[in-house]
Unconditional design. Structure first.
Length: 385
């Protein structure tokens, strides 16, 4: 008979040996290279576009709302994007779910409200870490904090941020058929330690940041370290890797929206890895495609608002600060074939006086963003590019 202590030590040694060999298996394909090329091109445009600083708050708020909404909707939360936007706008950390719902004029279950609030708080936590100059390594403590925030007031306090101690399975929501069995609970601490060892290793510094984020995303889904909230935690931690390694792209993007809008493809891409002998290549093709598509969409929007970068050359490379009202005038000008009159502007902004609009137009002229054409009543404004 094998002594119980010897059996435990032997099992520990075996798991430690197995997990110590972790190294992601993937091939850099033409598709991955193409996707990363699009990511790099979009990143360059977004980070250097003229006029963007004036719109940064708007872009970031929009990306935050989309991330919070789609990140929770992907897991079955029924709140609409508009409702999520109102919650993000009014929420205070001292609010109970019902108080936040009342402020946002939303009728919904406390749990649904809390999920959105929690993911908003997760994004705030990521912001604080991404800006922390003392940050040196990724830690399991950070991951556990993300999870604890994700499930705050949803799961018992002792469960938040604690690795699971029971076996769990992933089931198809429609058929209830088991689609995936994560590793046994006893393996979780070893596999997590090994994942973080790889993530912080010198060898991993040679991996492209986007691929590293994709690998971490998949591994956290595969290991399923917590009893619930693994999907949101995995996506949030992958986002942290992007933010910390130079791919924050001004926080203008939301890859969560891409995943949510084609959720069946998202889950299929994750499940395909195990069926393909744990080759991450198809998953990384999908992951990089999603980020490329999202950043390309943002790039198009930025280019439109900055006039295809023509203004950057016109302004000698300097960036211009505009008011929200001036931004609205420029957007209206773009929609009106590049020209706008005071009369049309007043119809678009009925609460703004004629004198105020003229002051805005004159300020844009001084900043060399627009030019005036014609005289007296027949005058109109055009873009300076």
């Amino acid at each position: 008979m094998i002594p119980e202590l010897f059996l435990v030590l032997s099992i520990d040694a075996v798991y430690a040996t197995i997990t110590a060999m972790f190294s992601p298996n993937y091939t850099i394909t033409t598709a991955i290279l193409s996707n990363i090329g699009h990511i790099e091109a979009a990143r360059e445009v977004i980070e250097n576009a003229a006029l963007v600083p004036a719109w940064e708050a708007r872009f970031r708020t929009d990306a935050l709302v989309r991330t919070v909404h789609h990140g929770t909707h992907l897991e079955g939360n029924p709140l609409s994007r508009a409702e999520a936007e109102r919650l993000v706008a009014v929420y205070s950390p001292v609010d109970e779910p019902w108080m936040a719902a009342s402020k946002a004029e939303i009728v919904a279950r406390d749990r649904d409200i809390q999920e959105v609030i929690n993911y908003r708080n997760v994004m705030g936590y990521l912001d604080s870490i991404s800006e922390d100059t003392s940050f040196t390594t990724y830690t399991e403590a950070i991951l556990k904090k993300i999870h604890a925030t994700t499930v705050d007031r949803i799961l018992p306090p002792e469960v938040g941020g604690a690795y699971r101690t029971v076996q769990v399975v992933v089931k198809d929501a429609a058929t209830l058929a088991v689609t995936f069995r994560p590793p046994p609970a006893v393996e979780v601490p070893y596999q997590m330690a090994d994942l973080f060892s790889w993530l912080n290793s010198a060898e991993t510094k040679g991996h492209h940041a986007v691929l590293k984020a994709g690998v971490v995303h998949y591994e956290l889904v595969r290991i399923h370290p917590f009893t619930d909230g693994n999907g949101r935690t995995a996506r949030a931690f992958a986002l942290l890797v992007l933010l910390r390694e130079g791919y924050d792209v001004k926080r203008f993007f939301s890859i969560e929206e891409y995943f949510d809008r084609q959720s069946s493809e998202y889950y299929t891409a994750l499940q395909h890895v195990a069926r393909g002998g744990y080759d991450l290549t198809p998953w990384l093709e999908y992951f990089t495609l999603g980020l490329a598509a999202e950043l390309s969409r943002v790039k198009t929007q930025v280019l439109k608002l900055s006039q295809d970068l023509r203004l950057k050359g016109e302004l000698g490379g300097r960036q211009v600060a505009l008011s929200e009202r001036q931004i609205a005038l420029l957007e209206a000008m773009q929609a009106n074939e590049g020209r706008l009159t005071v009369g049309i502007a007043r119809r678009l902004l009925p609460k703004v006086s004629r004198d105020t609009l003229i002051r805005d137009f004159n300020d844009l002229i001084r900043k060399r963003v627009i030019k005036r054409r014609g005289v007296t009543k027949g005058s109109f404004y055009v873009l300076a590019a």
